[in-house]
Structure formats: structure tokens, C-alpha cells
Design a protein. Structure first.
Length: 386
């Protein structure tokens, strides 16, 4: 039996995503997110002695924890940069709990944010095997890489365009109950998704996240201290993590993707199983990721996600609630903060604070994060009871 890491989430803060940030800096978005999170937790910034941030914060490519600490006016006894792509948000949560358990700190802020200026594209130097083995053959970005993943699934298992489109449909449908979602008030049907432009064959435009500006922060503290907070604590019950590759050309076979390890590991550590999960808060940068994650979670056999989606309901009142806030496909992806949105929604649901999208009597949530092309994966089981 995997050993458990003790920790609890006591505060969350998330900015409403906007298409463009109009002059704001990434540091200012970080500060706004942290302010909301510590206010929600009922603490002051002086109570924060741990900081986890993402890499390449817009205004500083190096010394990121020091820069953010200085900007926030805190002096942590534990700080680090977590670099797991879209898995960074969930990956921060268990690292924060582990640092607390190790006695390095007591209250950690985990924060991710990103500006999105119109007409501006931020790029960092990229010197890795992708430049040698992938880019010369046209695989130069996420769209191409995830298109290959979708094509592989279609060729190996016979999954159809309609199967994937139904996943995008549910995400946009769920977003209609979330006024903060970037696509609130803009529902789509399966036919609309299939009729949207083909961006990288076989991926349609409406199967791909739209970049936005925004941010999210989460306060993690010890299970004991959590009882002093403003809200019902949400406990970390299990975590799993696995990296198998970076470049899509180096990816393992589709039946050996890293979620096949990280999700079962998190469930084992939480001493639960997938059927006891009330919310599936699954990373959804592309429909192909959600499809393989459902299969890796054991909800259906490899290649059978399409039939699974046909037979079940994925709204807050359905038998398998999935990304009830709309997911990144409906809520928006503020760069790495998009992955943290899945943690924030799980906390809302487990606190019973999700309003008109509240899952009845939600007790456990599975949260996943994915970086690169299903390369870096993290899975968490969060619960409303210790």
C-alpha cells in the first residue's frame, strides 16, 4: 500500500479568464490570484511560509521564486519552481503537502498565471531532441502532436470523429452553468464541432483549447491547521505522478501512456477506486487527452471511450460528472493556470459551493494534469473528509 501524504486545501483564488489581458503583467496576475486565495483561506500573507510557482514567469526567466516572493512581499522557508507543463498545478499540491509533512514550512501558496497580450507571442529558447527528430517532419507544436495522438487512437481502435466531438460537446455544455467560463452563453452541438475548421488533421478547432489570460492560486496547509480556516477543508488523499517522454516521437505505445500509472497510484494511495469518485476533474487541452484519460482511469477498456461517452451523462447531475466548470475546453486555458482550474473546481464541489452546477453530496474528486504530449502526468484524489 502506497504511503499517504497529509495535507489540506484551505483557500482558492481564480481570476475570470479573459481573451486578452490588456496591459497587465504576469506578476500582477499572480499577485491578484494569491490575494484572493489567502483571503479565502482567512489568513494574511505573513502566514505564508512556502511558495510554489511555475517556470518562465513572463517578466523573469530565472530566479522565479525569488522574484515572485519579492513582488508578493513574503519570505518563504520553502520555495521552488514546478515545471510539469499542464500537470504543474496538480503537481504543486502534493509537493506542498510533502514539504509541510517534512517540516520545511506550514502554509504554502501554489500559484500560476499568464498574461495574453493581443499580437504578442512569448517564446523561450528551445534546445532539445524535438528540434532534431520532430520539427523537421512538421511536428512543431501542440496541435500537430495531439493530432497524432488522436489519429493513433482512431487507427488502432476505430474511434470516430463523433466520439471525440461528444467530449467537446459536454465540456461546452457544462460551461453554460459557469458565468466565469470564457464560452459561457456559447453552447455548441456535436455537428458544430465537426463542422469547425480542421486545424491539424484530424483535430477540429472546437476540440482545442483557446488561450486566455488569467490565474489561479491554492493555499495548502497541514491537516491539523486546516481546521482553523474559513471553509471546510479539502484533503489530499492520494497522488500519483509519471513521466515517460518529452517529444511525441519518443512516446510509448498508446496502451502504456503515463496516466496508466499515475491514476492507479493516486487511487491506491487514497485507498479508493474509480467508481467511488464523484467528480472527474480531468485535464482537457484536447479531446484526445480526455479520451485516453478515461481509459487510463479504468472507466472503460482501451479503445472503448466512444461507447462509454454514448452511454453516460457527464453533467453535474449525471452519472459521471466531468469537468463541471467547463474544463479548459469551455472555461479557457490561461497557460499553466488552466491545469490549476481543475483543482479549483474540485475544491468548489467538495466544499458544496458550486452553485447551480453542484454535484449532490460530492465527497471525492479525481484531478489530473498533463504536460507536453501526454508526457508528464499527475493525478490527485481530493476529499471533503479526512
Amino acid at each position: 500500500m502506497a504511503s499517504q501524504i497529509q495535507g489540506a486545501i484551505t483557500g482558492i483564488g481564480e481570476l475570470k479568464p479573459v481573451r486578452y489581458s490588456e496591459g497587465k503583467t504576469t506578476l500582477s496576475l499572480i499577485a491578484e490570484s494569491v490575494r484572493l486565495a489567502i483571503q479565502d483561506a482567512g489568513i494574511s500573507k505573513e502566514d505564508v511560509d512556502g511558495l510554489l510557482v511555475g517556470p518562465q514567469v513572463g517578466e523573469t526567466p530565472q530566479h522565479v521564486p525569488a522574484t515572485v516572493s519579492e513582488y508578493l512581499g513574503i519570505d518563504p522557508t520553502m520555495s521552488n519552481t514546478v515545471d510539469l507543463g499542464g500537470a504543474t498545478g496538480p503537481g504543486m499540491i502534493w509537493r506542498a503537502a510533502a514539504a509541510i509533512q517534512a517540516g520545511m514550512c506550514e502554509t504554502v501558496v501554489c500559484v500560476l498565471a499568464n498574461k495574453n497580450e493581443k499580437g504578442e507571442t512569448l517564446r523561450s529558447p528551445n534546445r532539445n531532441p524535438i528540434r532534431e527528430f520532430d520539427v523537421p517532419f512538421g511536428a512543431s507544436g501542440a496541435n500537430t502532436s495531439y493530432a497524432l495522438l488522436k489519429r493513433q487512437h482512431m487507427e488502432e481502435y476505430g474511434s470516430t470523429q463523433e466520439d471525440f466531438a461528444r467530449l467537446a460537446y459536454w465540456h461546452r455544455k457544462n460551461a453554460q452553468l459557469n458565468p466565469d467560463a470564457i464560452f459561457y452563453g456559447k453552447p455548441v452541438e456535436v455537428e458544430d464541432i465537426l463542422a469547425s475548421p480542421m486545424i491539424a488533421d484530424p483535430l477540429h478547432l472546437l476540440e482545442i483549447v483557446m488561450p486566455v489570460a488569467g490565474g489561479a492560486a491554492v493555499v495548502v496547509t497541514s491537516a491539523e491547521k486546516a481546521a482553523e480556516g474559513n471553509h471546510k477543508p479539502v484533503y489530499l488523499k492520494g497522488a500519483g505522478e509519471k513521466i515517460t517522454h518529452r517529444a511525441v516521437s519518443q512516446a510509448p505505445s498508446i496502451d502504456a501512456l503515463p496516466f496508466n500509472y499515475s491514476i492507479p497510484r493516486a487511487l491506491e494511495q487514497a485507498r479508493t477506486n474509480i467508481e467511488d469518485i464523484d467528480l472527474l476533474s480531468l485535464y482537457d487541452c484536447y479531446t484526445s487527452v480526455v479520451a485516453t484519460t478515461l481509459e487510463s482511469a479504468g472507466l472503460c477498456k482501451p479503445g472503448e471511450f466512444g461507447e462509454f461517452v454514448k452511454k453516460h451523462s457527464f453533467g453535474h447531475d449525471g452519472d459521471y460528472p466531468l469537468n463541471t466548470h467547463g474544463g479548459q475546453l469551455g472555461f479557457g486555458q490561461a497557460d499553466l493556470a488552466g491545469g490549476m482550474s481543475h483543482v479549483v473546481e474540485a475544491v468548489h464541489q467538495l466544499r458544496g459551493e458550486a452553485g447551480n452546477r453542484q454535484i449532490p453530496d460530492a465527497k471525492n474528486a479525481l484531478v489530473t494534469g498533463n504536460g507536453a504530449t501526454l508526457s508528464e502526468t499527475t493525478a490527485l484524489v481530493l476529499g471533503g473528509e479526512r
